[in-house]
Design a binder for this molecule. Structure first.
Ligand SMILES: Cc1cc2nc3c(=O)[nH]c(=O)nc-3n(C[C@H](O)[C@H](O)[C@H](O)COP(=O)(O)O)c2cc1C
Length: 195
């Protein structure tokens, strides 16, 4: 793909392309970015699978267990950041914004219905993600013992409504770093940053 790295519009298009591609392309490291939340004043980060990107609405979506620590953290503080770097593409993308959790609503139902059984089964695990337990082997999956659809109770989506997107591309002759921000009215501003 030929792109003009001195043009901010082209860079935003490239970022949007990579975020869309990361949903299905398991070879892209944007498929599994790192999501950070705040646990009181401590940062907590974890890898999650990118499930959707809506460039027009500036939303990326992830799926999780509503019983997990990240959800408790987000209920207290909605601030959330996403970062991914793909060494083959020599590109880093950072997003930051506010999280919205969908649990047992129409959006959660739609995402659940679009999920495969292999993904759904995680949500049937007893006690739930982040529960402290003694014997890990007691929590192994046995498909025959679970009713996959019961996991819906524990399933939620995390929508990251981002108001900032930063793109960094590494190249020998000079890196390119560009930041895009949107105000509350959705008005875009963009500026170059020294890499
Ligand atoms: C490759 C990979 C993909 C993962 N995808 C997800 C995911 O989509 N959703 C999720 O909740 N956890 C996912 N995890 C597990 C999280 O990294 C984390 O361990 C777990 O969600 C508990 O995090 P918490 O205690 O901060 O809530 C993934 C881990 C790896 C290594």
């Amino acid at each position: 793909m030929v792109m003009n790295l001195n043009n901010k519009n082209e860079i935003l298009k490239r970022a949007n392309f990579l975020l869309r591609d990361g949903i299905k392309n398991r070879d892209s490291l944007f498929h599994t970015p790192i999501i950070s939340t705040l646990n009181d004043k401590q940062i907590s980060s974890r890898v999650m699978v990118l499930r959707d990107h809506n460039a027009a609405k500036r939303i990326v979506r992830f799926h999780s267990d509503v019983r997990s620590d990240k959800i408790s953290e987000l209920k207290i503080n909605k601030n959330i950041a996403v970062i991914g770097y793909d060494p083959n593409l020599k590109t880093q993308i950072r997003l930051s914004g506010l999280a919205k959790i969908n649990h047992k609503n129409n959006l959660a139902k739609k995402a659940w219905n679009e999920s495969q059984a292999i993904s759904k089964k995680c949500y049937s695990v007893k006690d739930g993600s982040s529960f402290k337990m003694e014997k890990p082997e007691l929590y192994d999956f046995h498909m025959k013992d679970i009713v996959v659809e019961e996991g819906y109770e524990n399933f939620c989506t995390i929508e990251v409504h981002y108001s900032s997107l930063e793109f960094l591309y590494l190249q020998r002759q000079g890196h390119r770093r560009c930041k895009f921000t949107w105000n509350k009215q959705g008005k875009l501003r963009s500026f170059w940053l020294v890499p």
